[in-house]
Design a protein around this ligand. Sequence first.
Ligand SMILES: NC(=O)C1=CN([C@@H]2O[C@H](COP(=O)(O)OP(=O)(O)OC[C@H]3O[C@@H](n4cnc5c(N)ncnc54)[C@H](OP(=O)(O)O)[C@@H]3O)[C@@H](O)[C@H]2O)C=CC1
Ligand SMILES: CCCCCC/C=C/C=O
Length: 320
Amino acid sequence: MKSLKFKNGDEMPAIGLGTWKSDKGEVGEAVKIALKNGYRHIDCAATYGNEAEIGEAFSEVFSGGNIKREDVWVTSKLWNDSHKKEDVIPALKQTLKDLQLDYLDLYLIHWPVAFKKGIGFPKNDEDYYSLEEVPITETWEAMIEAKKQGLVKHIGVSNFSIKKLQDLMDKTDENPEMDQVELHPYLQQNELLEFCSSNNINVTAFSPLGSGDRADSMKADNEPSLLENETIKKIADKHGASAGQVLIKWNEQRGTAVIPKSTNEGRIKENLKSTGLKLDEDDLKEIAALDRHFRYVTGEFFVTDGNSYENIYDDADYKA
Ligand SMILES: NC(=O)C1=CN([C@@H]2O[C@H](COP(=O)(O)OP(=O)(O)OC[C@H]3O[C@@H](n4cnc5c(N)ncnc54)[C@H](OP(=O)(O)O)[C@@H]3O)[C@@H](O)[C@H]2O)C=CC1
Ligand SMILES: CCCCCC/C=C/C=O
């Protein structure tokens, strides 16, 4: 499998296991199945509400002796209610406690939006801090401090547009090492990838399969399906692969990491095997033509009138 390189020589396996929406009672087993079958990269977040069960799985696997902690790349993310400088390291320490780890390989600012302490999901404008009250630079400085303290090896961001990355880089001394964003054939984000590549920022693709298990309230009417797309299915048939494998491989082949979520044993194994596939020039040309700037995770639930962003991704063609 490919890996993504960091400035200090560390390598992150390109294919990891996503854990958003992986239910309690299932997620621990999914992580154990993944590690047993060759995954060495697990993507977590405090807001997924399942880090304690993932921690149990890590503890069991690492104490078994066959897989060492240092062989597995673990990412987690700072939730939006802990952006104030005094809240960042305590939130990180809670994640470390839940995951039963003494360091993370990568810690990300989950979204470029700050909520008041204790807010999981905002209900009104009062739940947000304004951009002036808690500037993202304040949060980033605390992330740098977490790295200095050895609590995390690498730091980065998630859901940051080029504009937000540039702004952060202009205002602080240390650049993000990662941007985790939605990427798939309907949202190819070539410009963002080029920007990141020229600034030594690695990229991770989230929702690579179209995030079909999101709650209905998070879905648009008549969302297009990636897994049922005729071009993807045709390419999958040509290679004797599944549609999911083509979607995962497409990301891996573009040089990003990719973190498909599954709690199903067969699909967990199938997804990792996508690394053995090779998409040819014709496949890549056909997939390139599928780009339609469609987001599954719109981020609209984090946008308010005065306190936050009118347009979280700074999309030129954004329509509220
Ligand atoms: N930074 C951020 O803001 C975000 C980060 N993420 C991260 O990215 C991960 C992946 O994204 P996510 O939104 O979960 O969605 P995915 O695109 O990974 O899709 C997950 C869905 O696909 C199904 N699935 C998995 N493998 C296959 C397969 N081979 N064939 C058919 N269906 C399959 C899963 O079902 P089943 O489990 O039954 O197999 C589930 O319903 C998240 O879990 C999270 O870790 C996601 C969104 C936002
Ligand atoms: C309470 C969970 C809200 C999740 C919002 C969007 C984030 C998705 C995955 O990281």
